[in-house]
Design a protein around this ligand. Structure first.
Ligand code: AKG
Ligand code: FE2
Length: 319
């Protein structure tokens, strides 16, 4: 498998046995330095009243997000993190970045192997270099701003409502649920479709130049791959199809990357681009496949091996 999407694109094996260290368990911290910042200290609750679901302001935020998502599969909640926490957000990411697993992988824009038997003009035959690197969830402190957000029940509720879902689940996968995506100068996160339908991300550190999030809204649909347009974008002649998003650190981005081809353009200058990727699913218990996990993080944990064991049954009994 050569999935090219984010850390949430783990080639899911299915359900683990019970809960694991990185597993689900939402928390709402109301205070206490040792437990990390409280949610209200992190989020601009005047603009985004996480503490008041169903209030007029909450409904307005949800309505606008749903309208944007329906129109082009993407929405940004600007200034989600309080301005006085932006330096913390950046510094925490910068401290983690050296722990990313750096490897340059040859990929294509689809979740399919490079040696797939395809017609020569199929866009999946175009080989790209994935030069971004991920810091896995188990290296991100529980007190870090992005971990506080990821595990917050109120945050999950808002995100779920924006996507029009009754509930979102954290990944059980102890590595892939929350990642810091590091794109170093000269590198890019090339054009791809996500496997997962609900991508939530947040820039934590801006590059000096480049590193722009570019996307082609709904270039494919569940009914049609629209290969000609995808090929045009991959070969540089699809400019009219490409939109560019101006993201600032602390903005929350909700995106349906399964249908919109997207990339982070090459980073220029001397500063790395860092973004947090919050992976959720509408189903509980997601654990990544062993081989894919090794590709993304350079290691696997017992949870991945156990989940793989679960997925491959020696019998035909019902669970
Ligand atoms: O880092 C970003 O802003 C986008 C990352 C992305 O496309 C992904 O993780 O699938
Ligand atoms: Fe993606």
């Amino acid at each position: 498998m050569a999935a090219t999407g984010g850390c949430g694109d783990v080639g899911e094996m299915g359900r683990a046995n019970g809960e694991t260290a990185g597993g689900e368990g939402t928390s709402e911290r109301v205070g206490g330095a040792a437990a990390g910042p409280a949610l209200a200290a992190v989020v601009d609750t005047e603009r985004y009243p996480l503490d008041a679901p169903g209030s007029a302001r909450w409904d307005e935020v949800v309505r606008r997000a749903r309208d944007d998502l329906a129109a082009d599969g993407c929405t940004v909640l600007p200034g989600f993190v309080r301005p006085d926490l932006l330096a913390t957000l950046r510094d925490e990411g910068a401290a983690l970045a050296p722990h990313a697993y750096y490897t340059v992988e040859k990929v294509n824009a689809y979740n399919i192997p490079l040696d797939s038997d395809l017609p020569p003009d199929h866009p999946a035959t175009i080989v790209l270099e994935r030069g971004n690197a991920f810091v896995a969830r188990d290296l991100i402190p529980r007190t870090a701003v992005i971990q506080v957000l990821y595990t917050s029940a109120a945050f999950q509720r808002l995100v779920a409502e924006c996507f029009g879902l009754p509930h979102l689940h954290e990944y059980t996968d102890p590595l892939a649920g929350l990642c810091l995506n590091v794109v170093a100068p000269g590198m890019s996160h090339p054009w791809h479709f996500d496997t997962n339908e609900f991508t939530v991300s947040m820039l934590t550190q801006e590059p000096d130049a480049g590193g722009v999030f570019e996307y082609c809204p709904r270039i494919r649909t569940p009914e049609s791959e629209n290969l000609a347009d995808v090929r045009a974008v991959l070969t540089g002649s699809g400019e009219p199809l490409v939109r560019r998003l101006t993201l600032r650190p602390g903005d929350l981005q909700l995106f349906q990357g399964r249908f919109s081809l997207h990339r982070v353009s090459p980073v220029e200058g001397a500063t790395q681009r860092h973004s947090a990727i919050f992976a959720y699913s509408d189903r509980p218990g997601i654990v990544g496949a062993v081989e894919r996990t090794r590709q993304l993080f350079g290691r696997v944990l017992p949870d991945h091996l156990a989940a793989a064991g679960n997925a491959v049954r020696g019998d035909r009994l019902l669970d």
